[in-house]
Design a protein around this ligand. Structure first.
Ligand code: ADP
Ligand code: F6P
Length: 320
């Protein structure tokens, strides 16, 4: 392949810039022209496309967000809009595409690959970690580290006042950010959408921890499992403790990527271009058992996400 495009789509994630940089520099090294498509599928439709060079990706590996910007482009689900995008790709003479994003972005990539014969490679870029075929997605590690730092701060002030904090973290319908950040910050309770928890159990666990002498409590709540303010109110009523709700929201999506996310970005981007260079498309890149892997996009998307039951069970034992 001689000409390829790269785009970032859906929610941005720390590490996307590292992946863009790797795609651009590997592509140029392999003798390709690399085009950056701005604002995801929206920019593909409106033709916001620029040629990139080594310099255009210099000084970005440490930056959060995405230099190509991102967007949610609902109309891309329509065949007629996809046809416009395909015409644009052909008009530009792009031989292949790298799409960096989450599950939704991969649905778009699958359509381009399977329905329209555009060789497309997907790089998993989402803080949610909700793609079954890969152990980790780009941005998840940084988002968890950001959550941990916020929870550390909350722990200080909750301790001083003998309070309870309900901290809501993003993740859409997936509890991984809550589970990993909750366990690694020593939260007393982790609430995830995949497992129902009764209010009576939450109350019991808070009271047990106070009996053991703890002066504060942290409850990490995944956004898919409820609302921090509502939980805080209910827990305050049920326990008589002072409870504060806090939604970390988009704070988790920003910030300088961790080493883990920079390295994943580098390796995902490099592998994506290696595949396109061999004329291979219709695949997604991921990581399994600390190895970089690639697999068929249809097979990858057919895999059903399962929550980490063992980790959840461990959280109940270790967080007390
Ligand atoms: P993410 O990629 O982070 O999961 P979204 O779910 O918002 O984020 O999806 C990103 C974009 O992918 C959407 O705005 C849309 O352009 C495209 N997309 C999502 N679902 C589909 C689909 N079923 N078919 C084609 N494109 C889709
Ligand atoms: O998919 C990433 C994510 O941050 C989810 O965790 C969250 O549910 C959603 O995007 C928020 O979307 P928006 O930025 O459009 O409000």
């Amino acid at each position: 392949m001689k000409k390829i495009g790269v785009l970032t789509s859906g929610g941005d994630a720390p590490g996307m810039n590292s992946a863009i940089r790797a795609v651009v520099r590997s592509g140029i090294e392999m003798g390709m022209e690399v085009y950056g498509i701005k604002r995801g599928f929206a920019g593909l439709l409106s033709g916001e496309i620029i040629e990139m060079n080594r310099k255009s990706v210099s000084g970005i590996i440490q930056r959060g967000g995405t230099i190509l910007y991102s967007a949610r482009c609902i109309e891309f689900k329509e065949q007629a809009q996809q046809k416009i995008a395909v015409d644009k790709i052909k008009e530009l003479g792009l031989d292949g595409l790298v799409t960096i994003g989450g599950d939704g972005t991969f649905q778009g990539a699958r359509s381009l690959s399977v329905n329209w014969d555009i060789p497309t490679i997907g790089i998993p870029g989402t803080i949610d970690n909700d793609l079954a075929y890969t152990d980790f997605t780009l941005g998840f590690d940084t988002a968890c580290n950001t959550a941990i730092n916020c929870i550390n701060n909350l722990r200080d002030t909750m301790n001083s006042h003998r309070r309870v904090s309900v901290v809501e973290v993003m993740g859409r319908n997936c509890g991984d950010i809550a589970l990993y950040s909750g366990i690694s910050s020593g939260a007393e309770v982790v609430i995830i959408p995949e497992v129902k928890i009764e209010m009576s159990e939450i109350v019991e666990r808070l009271q047990a921890s106070r009996r053991r002498g703890k002066s504060s409590n942290i409850i990490v709540l995944a956004e898919g499992a409820g609302n921090a303010m509502e939980y805080a109110k209910q827990i305050e009523e049920a326990t008589g403790m002072t409870v504060r709700g806090q939604n970390l929201g988009h704070i988790l999506r920003g910030g300088s990527p961790s080493m883990v996310d920079r390295m994943l970005g580098v390796q995902f981007g490099y592998r994506a271009v290696q595949l396109l260079n061999k004329g291979i498309g219709n695949r997604v890149i991921g990581t399994r058992n600390e190895q970089i892997v690639d697999l068929d996009i249809v097979e990858a998307l057919a895999q059903k996400y399962e929550y980490k039951k063992d980790l959840y069970e461990a959280s109940k034992v270790l967080c007390m």
